[in-house]
Design a protein around this ligand. Structure first.
Ligand code: PAF
Length: 288
């Protein structure tokens, strides 16, 4: 951590580009952390990571309408730019890019970035169009900022795979770094949507990570994996979760055939009260 300095806020692409061009002329590298704001420690850890990897850190704060379904929480999503900038003052963040929807979609949505396959399974199945919205906005943001490195949370595991795929396919010259999930002491993965949980729900929510760990142990010991999965699904449902999915997949391509792979990932998405929570656990199968 460095001494407190509020980041400069840029609302337009032109203003941000002007700043970034000067920065590049001075020979500085650029690290980028795209966010939707309502920053918590998990985001701040991504910012810290970016500051270790680049000279200048840019954080975008943009609640992207294109990645929300018609009945999702776009309107309710917390917008806290002022306190976000306060929180960023404790970290090395040089610029916050906080554009309007019009700035990012000046003529609406005419071009979409789609990563088929990866985008229609798991969360993509339950949130049709979500990853098209993520892929499109991330491509735009990478075009605007043109960073050397961009840092995303491993918590959004499927999102990270979609982004890695589009960056490779579209030959975007950026290094994508996945950073560890920051957890509450209870194990609950930090998320802006945790704000929707009541105090009791917050306690219940920590069961998600405990379930992932129980399945992870079964996987690593190659012992009663199917029975453990079934048991954990029932256990979470009994605690009040409405499960969208709780599955084991190949960590590289998210296919169902994880058995032969070196690394598996257990992924969960479940609703608890007003909150839809996601989490995952990567498990090495090499030593089985
Ligand atoms: O993970 C998020 O907060 C968003 O999906 C992202 C990557 C900022 C795109 O809007």
């Amino acid at each position: 951590m460095s001494s407190k300095r509020r980041p400069q806020i840029y609302n337009t692409v032109d203003d941000l580009r002007r700043f970034l061009n000067q920065t590049r002329q001075q020979g500085h590298t650029i690290g980028f952390v795209p966010t939707m704001g309502s920053l918590h420690q998990g985001h701040l850890d991504l910012v810290h990571k970016a500051s270790e990897l680049a000279d200048i850190v840019v954080v975008s704060i943009f609640v992207n309408p294109m990645q929300f379904g018609p009945h999702e929480d776009f309107d309710a999503y917390p917008r806290t730019l002022d306190s976000d900038c306060d929180a960023l003052s404790d970290y090395r963040c040089d610029a916050v890019f906080a554009p309007t929807v019009r700035e990012i979609y000046p003529k609406g949505v005419n071009t979409e970035i789609d990563v088929p396959g990866l985008s229609t399974i798991l969360c993509g199945h339950h949130r049709p169009g979500h990853f098209k919205g993520v892929a499109t906005v991330v491509t735009k943001l990478l075009n605007i900022v043109q960073p050397e490195v961009a840092v995303f949370g491993n918590k959004d595991y499927q999102q990270l795979q979609v982004i890695r795929t589009l960056v490779t396919d579209l030959l975007i010259p950026v290094e994508i770094v996945g950073a560890d999930t920051t957890r509450e002491r209870s194990g609950l993965a930090m998320s802006s949507r945790n704000a929707y949980l009541s105090a009791t729900e917050r306690e219940t929510a920590s069961l998600l990570y405990a379930s992932l760990q129980a399945i992870g142990d079964a996987l690593q010991n190659d012992h009663q994996v199917t029975a453990t999965l079934k048991h954990q699904r029932e256990h979470l449902a009994a605690a009040g979760f409405v499960i969208d999915y709780l599955e084991i997949r190949d960590a590289n391509d998210l296919s169902r055939s994880y058995v032969e792979s070196e690394t598996a990932v257990i992924l969960v998405a479940a609703k608890l009260g007003q909150a839809r929570l996601i989490d995952n656990l990567v498990v090495s199968l090499a030593s089985r």
